[in-house]
Design a protein around this ligand. Structure first.
Ligand code: FNR
Length: 361
């Protein structure tokens, strides 16, 4: 009955705790899962360059994001259907995040209501948006999030259609209903004979015409800052800044959308350079260790988001597990900073890492 000592052990526990269909849904990626493996492997190809004989008796991990002071750069990524992992769903995750003073991004595909999550604890929260063909639905949800104190909208831009997740197709995966669509659209019984129910649902609802002009539309319906999640190139990063994004999240959706998209840690520096400090750049995908966080910060990320690890914690041990996962990552980051001779996030400079590119130079 010993507690897990790392994220990997939480993953093992989650695998034991969950029905195969649900574990596969959480864990899986698109098609060959090349990007899924590389999101993690690419962190392994980056080495650290520690500096020694620095007084590291006080480590300050705090950062500022969009004007909010936070004790750590580790944030909870938006992931759908937390009730698959635990019956308390996003309410448990929100409480776990709040207990760590961590920011949580609530998924559009949440299995708990926006109002319920908002009233379950007071922590800073962002709301992640998908844009449906029926714009009124997305607009209504943005307004509900705004009126319930969510501080920013995270527009996911890598999902004009759902990626092909073959495990879900094989398992005929059925996700719990999106709690926030109740009364907004009919939740009909969809045919699952061809592919996953999820896939058919996404095809019926997501708007594949989503484009840069919709960022304008989103700005016109909300006064909240808008972060664009799912950018992996310098070209799009520059367009995002021009379009008025308040932040960019380098993400490949946890390798669940386009397979053979770059590992996010490999794409980060290109985006950071293109943005040139105009807006904060965040990164997610494959963060499993405090050293991963340190690497991302050294390559220019303001903060990192974690998706699956929080779900592993939630599946294994409910709210306490999700909290423990966040705490473990925070403690690992603190130790990694100390051993690298970084007393603050500002001291995590580019020279603390050696990438593959550096070695070939
Ligand atoms: C996701 N992700 C995601 N992203 C998003 O914008 N909206 C969503 O509803 C979801 N749902 C979702 C469900 C599950 C089960 C996973 C694993 C992921 C992507 C998520 O925000 C994030 O980009 C990745 O999870 C980051 O990669 P890691 O940390 O899981 O490796």
């Amino acid at each position: 009955n010993n507690l897990p000592v790392n994220i990997c052990e939480y993953q093992e526990l989650a695998k034991k705790a969950l029905p195969k269909m649900h574990y596969d849904y959480i864990n899986g990626g698109a098609e060959d899962e090349h990007t899924l493996r590389d999101n993690i492997a690419a962190y392994g190809r980056i080495l650290l360059r520690p500096r020694v004989l620095v007084d590291v008796s006080n480590i300050d991990m705090s950062i500022n994001l969009l004007g909010y002071d936070m004790p750590s750069p580790i944030i909870v990524a938006p992931t759908g259907s937390h009730k698959l992992a635990n019956p308390e769903g996003e309410v448990a995750t929100a409480r776990a995040a709040a207990a760590c003073n961590t920011l949580m991004v609530l998924s559009f595909s949440a299995s708990c209501k926006i109002e319920e999550v908002a009233s379950s604890c007071n922590a800073i929260r962002f709301y992640q948006l998908y844009v449906f063909k029926n714009r009124d639905i997305s607009a209504t949800l943005v307004q509900r999030a705004e009126s319930h104190g969510f501080k920013a909208i995270v527009l996911t831009v890598d999902t004009p259609m759902l990626g092909r997740r073959e495990a879900d197709i094989r398992n005929k995966m059925v996700a719990p209903a999106n709690a926030n669509l109740e009364g907004l659209m009919p939740i009909d019984d969809l045919d699952t004979t061809d592919g996953s129910k999820l896939e058919k649902y996404a095809r019926d609802t997501l708007d594949p015409s989503l484009s840069w002009k919709d960022v304008e539309w989103l700005k016109s319906i909300t006064s909240l800052p808008i972060l664009l999640k799912g950018i992996v190139t310098a070209e799009d990063a520059r367009k995002a800044v021009e379009a008025g994004a308040a932040g960019i999240i380098v993400s490949n959706h946890g390798a669940r959308q386009l397979d053979y998209a770059p590992a996010t840690i490999s794409a980060l520096e290109e985006v950071v350079k293109a943005v040139a400090g105009a807006v904060p750049v965040l990164v997610d995908g494959g963060v499993r260790r405090g050293t991963d966080v340190l690497k991302a910060l050294a390559l220019g990320a303001r903060a990192v988001m974690v998706g699956r690890p929080v779900l592993y914690g939630l599946a294994a041990r409910g709210q306490a597990g999700a909290k423990h996962v966040i705490e473990m990552l925070n403690r690992e980051l603190e130790l990694a900073m100390a051993l690298c001779g970084c007393r603050s996030v500002a001291e995590i400079t580019r020279d603390r890492v050696q990438t593959e590119g550096d070695r070939f130079r």
